[in-house]
Design a protein around this ligand. Structure first.
Ligand code: CP3
Length: 338
């Protein structure tokens, strides 16, 4: 069984399992390392990238590793740095507020500015026995951080710019999309086996604006990667709302939020796309028998599906008990064949 088989919808064993943010703060070994280094320091050092990416594989035996980094690291190729502040999340100084601010961005060679990521990937490929996922943020989501200057609940500044000055907003998205393509091609040359694109803020957009300001750029990225033959997984918060448009881009897989019934999505979307998801991250804070029941419900619902990857609808919460993750992985691994 390999996640790469599931991504081609040809897996006839148990489904593969991995979790978004599997290399993160719920792991005591991550917190111990993090006590000695800042998050950014860890993202910049190939040895630490390797060590942290391996942590959840070594502890739980997940079927895929995801590169330890962040979707905002790409801003360094655009001449910006991000800081991560305790309790506040990412902070970007001098956020962009209108199209004339776009000129303050640089368009540097990703190999030069983000070469440490490629070095981490090369190291990881020597050590890993499971496939490695690379990633980037969707241009719309990355743009929202550049404009808001950090996390925001309503994306007010981003959406106001989008409605007021769509041409300028497209220029910004275009710049980020190009850098993202270069960045993903670098990750692929360094050795990642598949790519996931995170569009965390897609669900802030109305349906039509999602098509114009997010989907169009996801399409560009997916098409640019097509010649590499590497599978692409699209994750949007709100994937179930936009599923038909996402399928039209012909990615290898769509990763779903927990608001939809995955078996129903399978009926709706046909059999030649892999489906990933879609447990609620809060489920992992429930009593173990509840976790067991819900994981088995999902496994039953997707039984026999050769393109199913079991995961969460969003990132694992820092407060998740280790026993919950063990229970989840045990339930999946107890299935010999689908
Ligand atoms: O999934 C993985 O284990 C791989 C690494 C990874 C991280 N962030 C590590 C991280 C990935 C794929 C991401 C993606 C990411 N980063 C997204 C998209 C996915 C999503 O969750 O919606 C977004 C929106 C970000 C931006 C970001 N990074 C925020 C908002 C925050 C602060 C909030 C938080 O969860 O702490 C981060 C920090 C971050 N990224 C941490 C980790 C392990 C915590 C850093 C720490 O140790 O303090």
């Amino acid at each position: 069984m390999s996640i790469l088989d599931a991504l081609q919808c040809i897996n006839n064993e148990r489904p593969p399992v991995w979790l978004m943010r599997q290399a993160g703060r719920y792991l005591p070994e991550y917190r111990a390392l993090r006590a000695k280094h800042s998050f950014l320091e860890m993202c910049h050092c190939p040895d630490l990238i390797t060590q942290v990416t391996m942590m959840p594989i070594e502890r739980f035996g997940f079927d895929a590793a995801i590169l330890f980094s962040d979707i905002l690291i790409i801003l360094e190729a655009l001449g910006r740095t991000v800081r991560f502040e305790e309790g506040r999340g990412p902070v970007i100084d001098h956020p962009l507020r209108c199209s004339s601010d776009i000129a303050s961005l640089k368009n540097s060679d990703v190999q030069k500015t983000l070469g440490f990521v490629a070095e981490g990937i090369v190291q990881l490929k020597k050590r890993l026995s499971v496939p490695l996922l690379g990633f980037c943020g969707a241009p719309f989501t990355v743009a929202s951080y550049l404009i808001e200057g950090g996390s925001s609940t309503d994306l007010a500044l981003t959406k106001r710019w989008m409605y007021r000055d769509p041409v300028g907003f497209h220029l910004l998205l275009d710049l980020i999309a190009q850098a993202s393509i270069d960045y993903l091609l670098m990750q692929i040359s360094a050795g990642v086996d598949a790519i996931q694109i995170f569009d965390t803020w897609a669900n802030a957009l109305p349906y039509r604006q999602f098509g114009e300001f997010s989907l169009a750029y996801l399409d560009r990225i997916v098409q640019a990667l097509r010649p590499t033959g590497k599978p692409v997984i699209l994750f949007c918060r709100g994937s179930s709302l936009f599923a038909e448009s996402l399928v039209a881009l012909q990615p290898a897989a769509i990763s779903f939020d927990w608001n939809c019934d995955l078996a129903h999505q399978r009926k709706r979307l046909g059999s030649d796309i892999a489906l990933q998801g879609n447990l609620d991250p809060q489920l992992l804070c429930a009593p173990l028998p509840v976790i067991e029941r819900e994981v088995n419900e999902l496994l039953d619902a997707m039984e026999g599906d050769s393109g199913f990857i079991l995961g969460l609808g969003h990132g694992i919460l820092p407060e998740t008990p280790l026993a919950a993750v063990e229970t989840l992985v045990d339930c999946v691994k107890a299935r010999i064949r689908v």
